[in-house]
Design a binder for this molecule. Structure first.
Ligand code: UDP
Ligand code: MG
Length: 356
């Protein structure tokens, strides 16, 4: 049976917030009057998240547990959830209750009323975010918009509802390291927005350290735009023109008999040009890295376990919170067709190596 609604929730070490999430989400979804499934994607947590999920799953069968073999990152975890979700509409939601689940019925209603494919949750108030996060996010979105012309909403994160058609489209994209908040608007499907107030993280601490944020930013930019490559070219041209002018000036100065003094200026120029070159090489490197990853065709995540597959009559119920020998199953982000029942078929790699 295909549920009307799937709620995909990526979780990485969320043992503190998980009970609060279940407490708040379950009555809400039960009261919506639609058939639903919650796809909890455990992104290789090292704490009690998987055990807690299994405990909740026993009391709440609609809570489906999808466990990734290793930490794949927020975006890859959402991708795994989208590939597994069966609903006619799919909502993606953070586990930490910063995105209030109470907005989900509004999103579903908006999608049905206006017959749109995507409903973005848009934060109308970021006062609970840190000053650094607010400023960096604002600057970054503006930069992206200028660089790529994409129309991604500056205050829309990963809280959104998508129709089955949108989810299928996203699943069929071959690209790796996709950043969904830019990929989905780039599809250009009809959309709506619903405003909400971004709340404080309900418990636990952020799972997005600075390095992960920088990684997300670089993936976002190189994923949607080749403008930085042009930027490198422009910087190169400007540097070349500058160098030619300097040479002309040097020749003129020599002809007029006064030597160009200045060790400092020479060093400064050498260093400046060197810096521009390094930046350009770095930018090229980012894109070559992307192409390399694409050529390798390695999946960005590996599914270790899916409670849905586990609960089919063939397997029988399981008592152990974590199966000792999880079903060998691996879901690459590309080239895999899904059956009606959502089962994904692909041979397990002999030795799945994590992505670098
Ligand atoms: N998350 C994940 N894998 C990771 C990092 C984060 O699945 O490697 C999940 C996390 O559990 C949460 C969501 O992504 O549900 C957003 O993370 P978080 O709330 O820590 O980010 P922030 O709101 O601080 O930007
Ligand atoms: Mg958060």
């Amino acid at each position: 049976m295909v549920p009307e609604l799937s709620v995909v929730i990526p979780m990485y070490n969320e043992e503190d917030v998980l009970p609060l999430l279940v407490q708040r989400l379950r009555p809400l979804l039960d009261g919506m009057g639609v058939t639903y499934e919650v796809v909890a994607v455990d992104d290789g947590s090292k704490d009690l998240t998987p055990a807690l999920l299994h405990r909740h799953h026993r009391e709440w069968p609609a809570l489906r547990v999808l466990r990734l073999r290793a930490n794949a990152g927020h975006q890859a975890a959402i991708s795994a959830g989208l590939a597994a979700a069966r609903g006619a509409y799919v909502v993606t939601l953070d586990a930490d209750l910063q995105d209030p689940p109470e907005v989900i019925p509004e999103m579903l209603e908006a999608a049905r009323r206006d017959n749109v494919d995507v409903v973005y949750g848009v934060r109308n108030d970021r006062s609970t975010d840190t000053w650094f996060k607010r400023v960096s996010a604002q600057t970054f979105y503006r930069f992206i918009r200028v660089m790529s012309g994409t129309s991604a909403h500056a205050d829309a994160g990963d809280f959104r509802l998508m129709s089955r058609a949108t989810v299928d489209a996203v699943n069929s994209l071959p690209e790796h390291n996709r950043v969904l908040r830019f990929v989905v608007p780039a599809l250009g499907f009809p959309s709506d927005t619903v405003e909400y107030k971004r709340e404080e993280r309900a418990a636990g601490s952020t799972k997005y350290p600075l390095m992960k944020m920088i990684r997300l930013s670089v993936d976002s930019l190189t994923g949607i735009s080749t403008a930085p490559l042009r930027l490198a070219t422009i910087a190169g041209f400007v540097g070349a023109v500058f160098a030619i002018l300097l040479i002309i000036y040097g020749l003129v100065a020599r002809a007029q008999g006064h030597t160009v003094a200045g060790w400092t200026s020479t060093v400064a120029i050498v260093a400046g040009v060197g810096a521009v070159q390094l930046v350009c090489v770095g930018i090229l490197g980012e894109y070559i890295g992307r192409m390399y990853a694409q050529l390798q065709g390695r999946p960005t995540y590996f599914v270790a376990y899916d409670s849905l597959a586990e609960s089919s009559p063939r397997h029988g119920p399981t008592d152990t919170p974590l199966p000792a020998t999880p079903r060998e199953e691996h879901i690459p982000t590309q080239g895999v067709r899904r059956d009606q029942d959502g089962a994904t078929k692909a041979p397990a790699p002999a030795n799945p190596a994590p992505l670098g």
